[in-house]
Design a protein around this ligand. Structure first.
Ligand SMILES: *[C@@H]1O[C@H](CO)[C@@H](O)[C@H](O)[C@H]1NC(C)=O
Ligand SMILES: *[C@@H]1O[C@H](CO)[C@@H](O)[C@H](O)[C@H]1NC(C)=O
Ligand SMILES: *[C@@H]1O[C@H](CO)[C@@H](O)[C@H](O)[C@H]1NC(C)=O
Ligand SMILES: *[C@@H]1O[C@H](CO)[C@@H](O)[C@H](O)[C@H]1NC(C)=O
Ligand SMILES: *[C@@H]1O[C@H](CO)[C@@H](O)[C@H](O)[C@H]1NC(C)=O
Ligand SMILES: *[C@@H]1O[C@H](CO)[C@@H](O)[C@H](O)[C@H]1NC(C)=O
Ligand SMILES: *[C@@H]1O[C@H](CO)[C@@H](O)[C@H](O)[C@H]1NC(C)=O
Ligand SMILES: *[C@@H]1O[C@H](CO)[C@@H](O)[C@H](O)[C@H]1NC(C)=O
Ligand SMILES: *[C@@H]1O[C@H](CO)[C@@H](O)[C@H](O)[C@H]1NC(C)=O
Length: 355
């Protein structure tokens, strides 16, 4: 590639792509409509700048919290914006969404049945959601991080976790869930961090025994029965405030608190070893990009290398075919180079790519 087109030429191509994107990247119709409908069900709050009930172009106009790739909305991040209202019923139309963060607002009502086939992060924590988890969760096979903590969710968990084998972190803490853990917990084969504390769960925790957990908090529930021997391999374990079997010979294995298994001592974590958190396989890259960034800045960053140019060339060829799906696929292969480089695909107030 470098032979056919020397580096200055590649930079020029990249530059042209950057200039070309804003004019051609109007938001996918169903994505735009889904955001308008969400705006309505959230009572059209003024803190969502640029958002509109009718018309408007979310990607083009940098609607608050919206990040697009090409014409698709891929992130929606509305953390801590004092939002009220409900979620509405059209979220499923955000078909390319990868990250949804509505945490720390005052949204109420149930979590509607919605399927975001590509979503990897779902954070609805710190709201006022009620009822239980919708069965549609089972269809979000790419989910890696789920946080529903600090709501008023209640009732038993349905068998909604089947086959979520990409899930590595789940936080259902501080709700009002009741009942036993469903058998589908057994299928969460990549789950390393699980937080269930502050609920009313009952029954056995045996389905958690074979998960690759490094962090487990099940404090302050009504779990009973045996504490699985495998739990001694969990680095950060909180299990106090339950009704586990605690006879004189129990637990029968060398648990850190086996010398005196009273509530007080069980409540505090027996081993707080931060290495467990450090080795947690998350590759977070965060950066910031302001709207209307200077062209000079872009040019400087473009100097970053031919990899960007190669990706840009790829974008061009893909855009010629005008296939949204292919563009998204190419995001995967070029994501590495977009992490800290403001290629024009990145709009909105920030970029946060979590692979
Ligand atoms: C979901 O992601 C895959 C791979 O990243 C992509 O091929 C597919 O088009 C995406 N689906 C949608 C609806 O964007
Ligand atoms: C919401 O959850 C996601 C996934 O766990 C996480 O990346 C994000 O930082 C959370 N948002 C806040 C504001 O903590
Ligand atoms: C989930 O969200 C709550 C509140 O927003 C936060 O305190 C907690 O740390 C989050 N859980 C995880 C595992 O990140
Ligand atoms: C949550 O909803 C309940 C009623 O469903 C209401 O009484 C309560 O005040 C709400 N809490 C918050 C923090 O909005
Ligand atoms: C999930 O775990 C399986 C083995 O249990 C492994 O093959 C797979 O790569 C893991 N997936 C992720 C996303 O970590
Ligand atoms: C939790 O559930 C119990 C039993 O259903 C109920 O009495 C209690 O009011 C609920 N608490 C909250 C905060 O919803
Ligand atoms: C075992 O639990 C009972 C209550 O469930 C408690 O009274 C007793 O002190 C506990 N035994 C030990 C050794 O902690
Ligand atoms: C915890 O156990 C130790 C002995 O292992 C004891 O000295 C200590 O007082 C206990 N702490 C509490 C808060 O009960
Ligand atoms: C944490 O664990 C590592 C290995 O698992 C060990 O080498 C280290 O000493 C531990 N640190 C503490 C503070 O326990």
């Amino acid at each position: 590639m470098a032979k056919l087109c020397p580096i200055p030429c590649l930079i020029t191509i990249t530059f042209l792509v950057i200039l070309a994107f804003p004019t051609s990247a109007s938001t996918d119709k169903s994505d735009a409509q889904a955001l308008r409908d969400l705006y309505r069900s959230l009572n059209s709050p003024p803190q969502l700048k640029e958002w509109k009930l009718n018309g408007g172009d979310p990607c083009e106009e940098s609607w608050t919290g919206v990040l697009c790739f090409g014409s698709s909305v891929i992130h929606l991040k509305l953390h801590g914006l004092e939002l009220t209202g409900t979620l509405g019923f059209d979220l499923s139309n955000l078909r390319s969404l990868k990250q949804l963060d509505l945490s720390s607002n005052h949204i109420h009502g149930d979590i509607p049945y919605f399927v975001l086939p590509n979503v990897t992060q779902l954070n609805l924590s710190g709201n006022n959601f009620s009822q239980s988890i919708p069965y549609s969760l089972v269809y979000m096979k790419h989910l890696r991080h789920l946080n529903l903590s600090h709501n008023t969710l209640s009732g038993p968990l349905g068998d909604v976790f089947n086959g979520l084998e990409n899930l590595i972190e789940m936080d259902l803490s501080f709700n009002n869930f009741t009942g036993d853990l469903p058998t589908s917990f057994k299928t969460l084969t990549n789950l390393t961090r699980l937080f269930l504390q502050g609920n009313e769960f009952t029954g056995s925790v045996i389905f958690l025994a074979n998960l690759p957990l490094s962090d487990l908090n099940i404090e302050d529930n009504h779990f009973s029965g045996l504490i699985p021997e495998k739990f001694q391999d969990i680095h950060n374990l909180w299990i106090g405030g339950n009704r586990f079997n605690n006879g004189s010979n129990y637990p029968p294995w060398n648990f850190p608190f086996d010398t005196l298994p009273n509530e007080q001592n069980i409540t505090s974590p027996p081993s707080t070893n931060l290495s467990a958190i450090e080795s947690y396989p998350s590759h977070k890259v965060r950066g910031h990009k302001k709207k209307g960034q200077g062209v000079a800045g872009i040019v400087l960053m473009v100097g970053g290398g031919t990899l960007i140019a190669a990706c840009a060339a790829l974008f061009i060829s893909i855009r010629i075919h005008r296939s949204r799906r292919e563009i998204l696929k190419s995001l995967g292969s070029c994501e590495g180079s977009t992490r800290s480089s403001p290629i024009s695909i990145v709009r909105g107030p920030y970029i946060a790519i979590n692979i």
